[in-house]
Design a protein. Sequence first.
Length: 448
Amino acid sequence: MTTSRKKKSISRYGKTHKEALQKLRAVITESAQGIPVADKTWKLADYLNYWLAEVVKPNRRPATYAQCETIVRIYLKPGLGRQTLGSLTVSEVQKFVNQLLIDGQSVPNVHVIRKVLSAALTRAERDELTSRNVARLVELPSEERKEIKPWSLAEVVRFLEVVQHHRLYAAYLMLFYGLRRGELLGLRWKDVDVANSKIRIRQQVQRVGRQIIIGPLKTVKSRRDLPLLEPVAQALASHYDRHAIKNAELIFTTAQGAPIDPGNFLRDFKRICEQNGLRVIPVHHVRHTVATLLKSRGVADRDIQLILGHSRIVTTQEIYQHDDDDSRRTALQGLAGSLLTPEPKTSQSESSGMLADAIDGRGSRQLSRQFTSPVKADATNNLGGAYRIRTDDLFHAMDKHDGVSGRLAGVDKALADCRRQWILGIVAVNLAVKNPVTPEPYDHNLAA
């Protein structure tokens, strides 16, 4: 029985009669289990065309469709397009992805290519055209994320000082709401609810190919309301008075009233950073900056997730929140403060200086003396201070104080006496067990 509930004659080929018979029996077994046979033999290239047109394009965002179409056209069709859908094996797909890596494709790119193929084969499983998704069984090197170092609070303040007279100052200020670049450029005047002090995130601007389009948000959770803060309200009012285009629906537009190209916005951001000596980060990393700064201020992860518009809180915690040297130092100093007793004499900066001198080969005697006495934290520093190990103090005290050696000798003598008594007891018990004493018979006459 086929997927369209029609009967179909099946034939299978093999190098030997036994191999062909095994394939035919496999088809009979699947038919008995209710698994239908495809109406026709699909080439992978043909099925990928069907999948793009009938599944991806009607149900996914235009940018997603554009990415999938590019990967299918450039990689999947040339590499695997001639294979039949039902006969595609794990080893064939493994060789394909291995060759991509050999040809110089990056590991993240190969992961995306495998992901697109897997999505198409998952749909083929649902259409009952194949019995398994072989792309899921392929092994790839683990994808290592590049380390992201978001801006510090000082860098954020410096950036806002630099752009305060820029035409798009309100847009750069609103970046620190944690908005995505497309969400920011897609804001409309009607999305600003002054009466209720809210900003509604409802659409985004994207570049798809050569077109700038206004489309839906990335996920359902991306649709969110954020508070309209007073500095932002003032910046938007100033932008409206100076730069708003008449009858333009969008807040941020070009001088002609058209939507701003996200790529141009990124390039302008980078240029501002370079011209003013700021550390250049991608615009998207401002979202990482917002998540990290909110975390450092003790904001709950759930609230940060809602502000950023993430579908899962794990994304917020594992990808967008970062620590830094200051947060690690604060955490460890807090732990040290709860475990050790500080002594406020030497400040942490002085201790660090002495340690640096020791590493450089200077002041080693001072450092050794310092490490034999405790150092308290500065009373004005509530984050804890520097601590010193007092291991050597015990031995110095034992040498200096009279009577300590005598007490230790007495303790050793008492322990030696106890040890001898314990050994003699064990020997006596062992001898008693090996040579038991036989009692003499009881004589009643003698007792009388």
